[in-house]
Design a binder for this molecule. Sequence first.
Ligand SMILES: NC(=O)C1=CN([C@@H]2O[C@H](COP(=O)(O)OP(=O)(O)OC[C@H]3O[C@@H](n4cnc5c(N)ncnc54)[C@H](O)[C@@H]3O)[C@@H](O)[C@H]2O)C=CC1
Ligand SMILES: O=C(O)CCC(=O)C(=O)O
Length: 524
Amino acid sequence: MYHVLVSDPISEEGLLPLINHDSVTCDQMPIEAAEQSLELYDALLIRSGTKVTDNLLKKMPNLKIIARAGVGVDNIDIEAATRRGVIVINAPDGNTISTAEHTIAMIASLVRNIPQATRSVKDGIWDRSRFTGMELNGKTLGIIGMGRIGTEISKRAKAFGIKVNVYDPYLTKERGEKLGVASVSFNDLLESSDIITVHTPLTKETKGLLGFDSIPRTKKGVWLINCARGGIIDEEALYHFIKTGHVAGAALDVFETEPPKKNKLLELDEVITTPHIGASTKEAQLNVAAQVADEVLDCLQGIPIKNSINLPTISAEIYDKVKPFFHLTKKMGTILSQMVRTPVKEIELTYSGEVISLETAVLTRNLMAGFLSARVDSPVNEVNAPSIASQRGIIHGEKTGLKADGYSNLIQATVHGEEETFYIRGTNIQEYGERIVNLNGFDIDFYPGGNLLYIQHTDRPGVIGNVGKILGEHHINIATMQVGRKEIGGDAIMILSFDEPLDEEVILALKEIQDLVSVKKLEL
Ligand SMILES: NC(=O)C1=CN([C@@H]2O[C@H](COP(=O)(O)OP(=O)(O)OC[C@H]3O[C@@H](n4cnc5c(N)ncnc54)[C@H](O)[C@@H]3O)[C@@H](O)[C@H]2O)C=CC1
Ligand SMILES: O=C(O)CCC(=O)C(=O)O
């Protein structure tokens, strides 16, 4: 049974696939209320209310995934989650339209004094001259950050007859042209805009982007909007420039501290606010909840994540193609770790056949996780495998170009140790499944699962018979058996599978057989 904690209000309708799933118990309560049982949870679903710190993660050793039902992940310590092997996902586009519409509503409300006028009428004051506004038609809107939300705002702004200038250092010229917006420098945007709205994430680069340095370079009477993250517009500077009359007014959905405490901006008539509700529509909340519910279910069931913050992203189309190799690579890593017991310097993956056109980085991470799991005592998965490998001085790389040996796909993983080099080859054959087809030069063909035994021996008459005899004496039934050799009378290997795990006593008895070089149980 998987335990899921939903610690912020998230649309229950959107979460239904998770709540109703047979293998899931879903608790909906704030983190503080779950304090006594935090170690239970496999998944944590949040909005912006829950702060996921390293300290919280320490109390949740079983956690596999943090799902942010929304876009911004600045309330999550991503570095700590990655180090601890916890996948972080968000719902990148479920609330785009709602946030864009809210921003447009804030702009229109701000320049027409709608909140102030509403209050005045409700207070019994009918004063029409106090609320003379500004027409949007023909004005210039500067959008900082032309991602999903910025793009939707630009489309809606054009319907008002607004000219749109954008500043986004990561926007290509072609994309800007396609979107029909003028891509300008930061300085040009500041100097040319009547209204400036920010739609970037909060990063080191964007913190205080509109502040004491930049606001003086804007037009006198500029209007500023922040429906992205508190801190992108410096609150101290904003207060100052509204007071001096340089900034005509501001619309804020977000604050440096939420809820805002003793914030001087709230005393100003020129500032209109909402309590971080850009994404608060029924539609957006249903979208983001449904998006993360599906991904969390996939993750708990071992299906690769399509949309992660700390893993390579895979499109749905690529995901379906990568899926058959996901378990294969994990098992190849697990087998390798049991075959090579000496210090390892490098793991090299070579992909050939159709698999080379896929997102192989996720497969490499997966193999690394399988390999490292047996060597470290903390959980290793595809999220933290590269960082754990580098902490241990193990480098890893990928290349293509191995001959596929008649298979449609072939993956080889080679471990370069201080004392030895060992390689394994695996493939996935349609309607036949995962197969290991070579172990360090020995052609073989077995399914990497169940209770397996690896025996290396000399190719001599009677060896296989002796193995069968010892197993028979211990009342052990052989389910399948595969042999492989390089030349007649030379080195050879056997892979046997059993219905039950073998006792250590049987392994010791087998080791007594003459001509056996190595006997290893493979645990998968
Ligand atoms: N108020 C609310 O309820 C909501 C707020 N948001 C906030 O809105 C932000 C934007 O969301 P999306 O458009 O979905 O994200 P996005 O990732 O699609 O777009 C962000 C854009 O910012 C640009 N950017 C990054 N650094 C920049 C810089 N230094 N200068 C200029 N541009 C820069 C990126 O190139 C990208 O195009 C989110 O990070 C989130 O914090 C998102 C949803 C709801
Ligand atoms: O309603 C929420 O959870 C906040 C939305 C938000 O800020 C985001 O998605 O980044």
